[in-house]
Design a protein around this ligand. Sequence first.
Ligand SMILES: [Zn+2]
Length: 318
Amino acid sequence: MPKNLPARFTDENAARTHLERLQWPDGPICPHCGTVDEASRIKGGRRGLWFCNACRQQFSVTVGTVFERSHVPLNLWLYATHLLCSSKKGISSHQLGRMLGVTYKTAWFMSHRIREAMKPAGKPTPMGGEGKVIEADETYLGKRDGKKGEPDTFVSGFGWVSHPKIDTQRKIVALVERGGIARSFMVANVDKATVRRVLFTNADRKSTLMTDEAGIYPATGAHYAAHHTVNHSEYEYGRGPVSTNTVEGYFSIFKRGMKGIYQHCSEAHLPRYLAEFDFRYSNRIALEVDDTLRAEIALKGIVGKRLTYRRIDEAAHA
Ligand SMILES: [Zn+2]
Protein backbone atom coordinates (compact mmCIF):
# COMPACT_ATOMS: atom_id res chain seq x y z
CA MET A 1 0.00 0.00 0.00
CA PRO A 2 1.20 3.53 -0.66
CA LYS A 3 2.71 5.50 2.22
CA ASN A 4 1.07 8.42 4.04
CA LEU A 5 -2.44 7.00 3.72
CA PRO A 6 -4.99 8.18 6.30
CA ALA A 7 -5.19 5.86 9.33
CA ARG A 8 -8.69 4.68 8.38
CA PHE A 9 -7.20 2.98 5.29
CA THR A 10 -4.37 1.23 7.16
CA ASP A 11 -5.73 0.52 10.64
CA GLU A 12 -8.82 -1.54 11.30
CA ASN A 13 -9.74 0.23 14.55
CA ALA A 14 -9.39 3.66 12.97
CA ALA A 15 -11.59 2.44 10.09
CA ARG A 16 -14.24 1.20 12.52
CA THR A 17 -14.23 4.47 14.46
CA HIS A 18 -14.58 6.41 11.19
CA LEU A 19 -17.52 4.26 10.08
CA GLU A 20 -19.20 4.46 13.51
CA ARG A 21 -18.98 8.28 13.49
CA LEU A 22 -20.40 8.37 9.99
CA GLN A 23 -23.30 5.94 10.58
CA TRP A 24 -24.11 6.95 14.12
CA PRO A 25 -23.68 10.72 14.55
CA ASP A 26 -26.10 10.59 17.52
CA GLY A 27 -24.63 7.51 19.16
CA PRO A 28 -24.81 3.78 18.33
CA ILE A 29 -28.08 2.56 16.78
CA CYS A 30 -29.11 -0.98 17.69
CA PRO A 31 -30.09 -2.77 14.44
CA HIS A 32 -32.24 -5.24 16.41
CA CYS A 33 -34.59 -2.83 18.20
CA GLY A 34 -33.69 0.55 16.71
CA THR A 35 -32.78 2.16 20.04
CA VAL A 36 -30.30 5.03 19.73
CA ASP A 37 -27.42 5.68 22.12
CA GLU A 38 -28.35 3.04 24.69
CA ALA A 39 -25.49 0.63 24.07
CA SER A 40 -22.11 -0.04 25.67
CA ARG A 41 -18.94 -1.26 24.04
CA ILE A 42 -18.11 -4.86 24.88
CA LYS A 43 -14.54 -4.99 26.09
CA GLY A 44 -12.35 -8.03 25.50
CA GLY A 45 -14.68 -9.66 22.98
CA ARG A 46 -14.61 -9.45 19.21
CA ARG A 47 -13.59 -5.95 18.22
CA GLY A 48 -16.31 -3.44 17.44
CA LEU A 49 -19.04 -5.25 19.38
CA TRP A 50 -21.68 -3.30 21.25
CA PHE A 51 -24.28 -4.48 23.79
CA CYS A 52 -27.74 -2.95 23.57
CA ASN A 53 -29.05 -2.08 27.04
CA ALA A 54 -32.62 -1.96 25.70
CA CYS A 55 -32.93 -5.37 23.99
CA ARG A 56 -29.78 -6.96 25.46
CA GLN A 57 -28.45 -8.10 22.08
CA GLN A 58 -25.05 -7.58 20.54
CA PHE A 59 -24.25 -5.74 17.34
CA SER A 60 -21.53 -3.93 15.44
CA VAL A 61 -21.52 -1.10 12.90
CA THR A 62 -21.36 -3.55 9.98
CA VAL A 63 -24.51 -5.53 10.94
CA GLY A 64 -27.05 -5.23 8.13
CA THR A 65 -24.57 -3.64 5.71
CA VAL A 66 -22.84 -4.84 2.56
CA PHE A 67 -19.66 -5.29 4.67
CA GLU A 68 -21.31 -7.74 7.07
CA ARG A 69 -19.68 -11.16 7.49
CA SER A 70 -16.74 -10.25 5.34
CA HIS A 71 -13.30 -11.51 6.32
CA VAL A 72 -11.71 -8.50 4.68
CA PRO A 73 -10.43 -6.01 7.28
CA LEU A 74 -12.64 -2.93 7.50
CA ASN A 75 -9.79 -0.55 6.62
CA LEU A 76 -9.45 -2.28 3.23
CA TRP A 77 -13.19 -1.83 2.66
CA LEU A 78 -12.81 1.88 3.34
CA TYR A 79 -9.75 2.14 1.10
CA ALA A 80 -11.52 0.27 -1.72
CA THR A 81 -14.56 2.53 -1.38
CA HIS A 82 -12.32 5.60 -1.59
CA LEU A 83 -10.55 4.27 -4.71
CA LEU A 84 -13.78 3.39 -6.50
CA CYS A 85 -15.30 6.75 -5.58
CA SER A 86 -12.32 8.84 -6.68
CA SER A 87 -11.50 7.15 -10.02
CA LYS A 88 -13.49 8.95 -12.69
CA LYS A 89 -13.69 5.98 -15.06
CA GLY A 90 -13.70 3.31 -12.36
CA ILE A 91 -10.99 0.89 -11.23
CA SER A 92 -10.49 -2.66 -12.47
CA SER A 93 -10.56 -5.55 -10.03
CA HIS A 94 -6.97 -6.43 -11.04
CA GLN A 95 -5.79 -2.94 -10.16
CA LEU A 96 -7.88 -2.84 -6.97
CA GLY A 97 -6.52 -6.24 -5.89
CA ARG A 98 -2.93 -5.08 -6.41
CA MET A 99 -3.50 -1.86 -4.46
CA LEU A 100 -5.21 -3.61 -1.54
CA GLY A 101 -3.00 -6.70 -1.51
CA VAL A 102 -5.97 -9.05 -1.96
CA THR A 103 -6.78 -11.57 -4.70
CA TYR A 104 -8.56 -10.58 -7.89
CA LYS A 105 -11.60 -12.56 -6.78
CA THR A 106 -11.80 -10.75 -3.44
CA ALA A 107 -11.36 -7.38 -5.14
CA TRP A 108 -14.15 -8.30 -7.58
CA PHE A 109 -16.54 -9.23 -4.72
CA MET A 110 -15.64 -6.05 -2.87
CA SER A 111 -16.17 -3.71 -5.80
CA HIS A 112 -19.59 -5.20 -6.54
CA ARG A 113 -20.66 -4.76 -2.93
CA ILE A 114 -19.46 -1.17 -3.01
CA ARG A 115 -21.50 -0.63 -6.20
CA GLU A 116 -24.53 -1.86 -4.24
CA ALA A 117 -23.76 0.82 -1.64
CA MET A 118 -23.66 3.41 -4.45
CA LYS A 119 -27.19 2.52 -5.58
CA PRO A 120 -29.82 4.99 -4.47
CA ALA A 121 -31.87 3.61 -1.56
CA GLY A 122 -35.65 3.66 -1.48
CA LYS A 123 -38.01 5.26 -3.95
CA PRO A 124 -36.40 7.59 -6.48
CA THR A 125 -37.03 11.29 -5.94
CA PRO A 126 -38.15 13.12 -9.09
CA MET A 127 -35.41 14.69 -11.23
CA GLY A 128 -35.83 18.15 -12.73
CA GLY A 129 -38.81 20.40 -12.05
CA GLU A 130 -39.97 23.82 -13.10
CA GLY A 131 -37.28 25.69 -15.02
CA LYS A 132 -35.02 22.60 -15.06
CA VAL A 133 -33.79 20.75 -18.13
CA ILE A 134 -33.77 16.97 -18.42
CA GLU A 135 -31.72 15.52 -21.28
CA ALA A 136 -32.63 11.97 -22.31
CA ASP A 137 -30.67 9.76 -24.68
CA GLU A 138 -30.03 6.13 -25.47
CA THR A 139 -26.88 4.19 -26.21
CA TYR A 140 -25.73 0.67 -27.01
CA LEU A 141 -22.89 -1.19 -25.37
CA GLY A 142 -21.31 -4.43 -26.55
CA LYS A 143 -23.19 -7.55 -27.34
CA ARG A 144 -25.86 -9.15 -25.25
CA ASP A 145 -24.95 -12.42 -23.58
CA GLY A 146 -25.38 -15.46 -25.78
CA LYS A 147 -25.91 -13.33 -28.86
CA LYS A 148 -22.36 -13.56 -30.15
CA GLY A 149 -21.87 -15.61 -33.29
CA GLU A 150 -25.50 -16.47 -33.69
CA PRO A 151 -26.68 -17.54 -37.09
CA ASP A 152 -28.50 -15.10 -39.33
CA THR A 153 -31.86 -14.00 -38.05
CA PHE A 154 -35.00 -13.22 -39.95
CA VAL A 155 -36.07 -9.64 -39.32
CA SER A 156 -39.44 -8.44 -40.52
CA GLY A 157 -38.96 -5.98 -43.37
CA PHE A 158 -35.25 -6.83 -43.76
CA GLY A 159 -35.23 -10.56 -44.47
CA TRP A 160 -32.29 -12.67 -43.26
CA VAL A 161 -29.59 -10.54 -41.69
CA SER A 162 -26.39 -11.31 -39.81
CA HIS A 163 -26.32 -10.27 -36.17
CA PRO A 164 -29.06 -7.69 -36.38
CA LYS A 165 -28.00 -4.76 -34.23
CA ILE A 166 -31.43 -4.37 -32.75
CA ASP A 167 -31.31 -7.73 -30.99
CA THR A 168 -27.67 -8.25 -30.15
CA GLN A 169 -26.77 -5.12 -28.26
CA ARG A 170 -27.25 -4.05 -24.68
CA LYS A 171 -29.44 -1.03 -24.54
CA ILE A 172 -29.16 1.81 -22.09
CA VAL A 173 -31.37 4.84 -21.57
CA ALA A 174 -30.02 7.71 -19.48
CA LEU A 175 -31.57 10.84 -18.01
CA VAL A 176 -29.34 13.71 -16.94
CA GLU A 177 -30.60 16.81 -15.24
CA ARG A 178 -28.53 19.73 -16.52
CA GLY A 179 -26.45 20.92 -13.58
CA GLY A 180 -27.74 17.95 -11.56
CA ILE A 181 -27.78 14.19 -11.29
CA ALA A 182 -27.78 11.30 -13.76
CA ARG A 183 -29.79 8.07 -13.79
CA SER A 184 -29.24 5.34 -16.33
CA PHE A 185 -31.13 2.13 -17.02
CA MET A 186 -30.42 -1.09 -18.87
CA VAL A 187 -33.59 -1.71 -20.89
CA ALA A 188 -34.88 -4.60 -22.96
CA ASN A 189 -36.02 -2.36 -25.78
CA VAL A 190 -35.47 1.23 -26.78
CA ASP A 191 -39.02 2.13 -27.72
CA LYS A 192 -41.83 4.54 -26.90
CA ALA A 193 -43.15 2.47 -24.00
CA THR A 194 -39.71 2.20 -22.40
CA VAL A 195 -38.85 5.90 -22.58
CA ARG A 196 -42.32 6.74 -21.27
CA ARG A 197 -41.85 4.46 -18.27
CA VAL A 198 -38.32 5.73 -17.56
CA LEU A 199 -39.28 9.39 -17.92
CA PHE A 200 -42.61 9.25 -16.06
CA THR A 201 -41.13 7.39 -13.09
CA ASN A 202 -38.04 9.61 -12.81
CA ALA A 203 -38.49 13.06 -14.31
CA ASP A 204 -40.85 15.75 -13.03
CA ARG A 205 -43.27 16.71 -15.83
CA LYS A 206 -42.73 20.41 -15.08
CA SER A 207 -39.23 19.96 -16.58
CA THR A 208 -38.18 20.88 -20.09
CA LEU A 209 -37.16 17.75 -21.98
CA MET A 210 -34.34 17.71 -24.54
CA THR A 211 -33.69 14.70 -26.75
CA ASP A 212 -32.45 13.87 -30.21
CA GLU A 213 -34.91 13.61 -33.07
CA ALA A 214 -35.68 9.92 -32.44
CA GLY A 215 -39.34 9.11 -32.94
CA ILE A 216 -39.63 7.41 -29.55
CA TYR A 217 -39.69 10.69 -27.59
CA PRO A 218 -42.44 13.05 -28.88
CA ALA A 219 -45.42 11.15 -27.43
CA THR A 220 -43.92 11.29 -23.94
CA GLY A 221 -42.35 14.72 -24.50
CA ALA A 222 -45.83 16.16 -25.04
CA HIS A 223 -46.53 15.58 -21.33
CA TYR A 224 -43.63 17.82 -20.30
CA ALA A 225 -43.47 21.59 -19.94
CA ALA A 226 -41.63 21.66 -23.27
CA HIS A 227 -39.84 19.20 -25.51
CA HIS A 228 -37.00 20.37 -27.75
CA THR A 229 -35.15 18.11 -30.13
CA VAL A 230 -31.69 18.28 -31.65
CA ASN A 231 -31.46 17.04 -35.20
CA HIS A 232 -28.18 15.12 -35.26
CA SER A 233 -28.66 13.87 -38.79
CA GLU A 234 -28.41 17.44 -40.05
CA TYR A 235 -25.29 18.21 -38.01
CA GLU A 236 -27.27 20.42 -35.76
CA TYR A 237 -25.38 19.89 -32.53
CA GLY A 238 -27.21 22.22 -30.26
CA ARG A 239 -29.15 25.32 -31.18
CA GLY A 240 -28.22 27.63 -28.34
CA PRO A 241 -29.56 26.08 -25.14
CA VAL A 242 -31.13 23.20 -27.06
CA SER A 243 -28.69 20.29 -26.91
CA THR A 244 -28.13 16.84 -25.56
CA ASN A 245 -24.43 17.51 -24.91
CA THR A 246 -24.75 16.83 -21.18
CA VAL A 247 -26.18 13.34 -21.52
CA GLU A 248 -23.75 12.60 -24.35
CA GLY A 249 -20.90 13.68 -22.06
CA TYR A 250 -22.23 11.29 -19.43
CA PHE A 251 -22.27 8.40 -21.94
CA SER A 252 -18.77 9.29 -23.06
CA ILE A 253 -17.35 8.85 -19.53
CA PHE A 254 -19.36 5.66 -19.08
CA LYS A 255 -18.14 4.16 -22.35
CA ARG A 256 -14.52 5.10 -21.76
CA GLY A 257 -14.75 3.40 -18.38
CA MET A 258 -16.52 0.30 -19.65
CA LYS A 259 -14.17 -0.15 -22.60
CA GLY A 260 -10.91 1.04 -21.05
CA ILE A 261 -11.17 -0.14 -17.45
CA TYR A 262 -13.78 -2.90 -17.18
CA GLN A 263 -13.48 -4.21 -20.73
CA HIS A 264 -16.12 -6.85 -20.30
CA CYS A 265 -19.07 -7.28 -18.03
CA SER A 266 -21.93 -9.71 -18.14
CA GLU A 267 -25.43 -8.46 -18.71
CA ALA A 268 -26.42 -9.47 -15.18
CA HIS A 269 -23.86 -7.06 -13.72
CA LEU A 270 -24.34 -4.11 -16.07
CA PRO A 271 -26.96 -2.36 -13.87
CA ARG A 272 -24.42 -2.24 -11.04
CA TYR A 273 -21.79 -0.63 -13.28
CA LEU A 274 -24.42 1.89 -14.35
CA ALA A 275 -25.09 2.60 -10.67
CA GLU A 276 -21.37 3.24 -10.19
CA PHE A 277 -21.16 5.78 -13.03
CA ASP A 278 -24.46 7.41 -12.00
CA PHE A 279 -23.15 7.72 -8.46
CA ARG A 280 -19.87 9.39 -9.35
CA TYR A 281 -21.59 11.70 -11.85
CA SER A 282 -24.34 12.67 -9.40
CA ASN A 283 -21.79 13.34 -6.65
CA ARG A 284 -19.20 15.26 -8.64
CA ILE A 285 -16.89 18.19 -7.93
CA ALA A 286 -19.12 20.59 -9.90
CA LEU A 287 -21.85 19.82 -7.36
CA GLU A 288 -19.32 20.49 -4.58
CA VAL A 289 -18.73 16.85 -3.71
CA ASP A 290 -15.01 16.11 -3.33
CA ASP A 291 -13.36 12.65 -3.13
CA THR A 292 -13.67 12.46 0.66
CA LEU A 293 -17.31 13.47 0.78
CA ARG A 294 -18.13 11.15 -2.15
CA ALA A 295 -16.64 8.18 -0.26
CA GLU A 296 -18.60 9.17 2.85
CA ILE A 297 -21.84 9.26 0.86
CA ALA A 298 -21.06 5.77 -0.51
CA LEU A 299 -20.27 4.51 3.01
CA LYS A 300 -23.61 5.81 4.26
CA GLY A 301 -25.20 3.74 1.48
CA ILE A 302 -23.89 0.43 2.86
CA VAL A 303 -26.84 0.21 5.26
CA GLY A 304 -29.92 -1.80 4.41
CA LYS A 305 -28.46 -3.31 1.23
CA ARG A 306 -27.47 -6.65 2.75
CA LEU A 307 -30.42 -8.54 1.28
CA THR A 308 -29.81 -7.03 -2.13
CA TYR A 309 -26.25 -8.20 -2.40
CA ARG A 310 -27.06 -11.68 -1.15
CA ARG A 311 -29.10 -12.13 -4.31
CA ILE A 312 -26.12 -11.26 -6.49
CA ASP A 313 -24.72 -14.21 -8.37
CA GLU A 314 -21.22 -13.72 -7.09
CA ALA A 315 -19.87 -16.84 -8.73
CA ALA A 316 -20.01 -15.29 -12.17
CA HIS A 317 -17.11 -12.97 -12.88
CA ALA A 318 -17.41 -9.72 -14.74
ZN1 LIG B 1 -31.48 -3.23 20.87
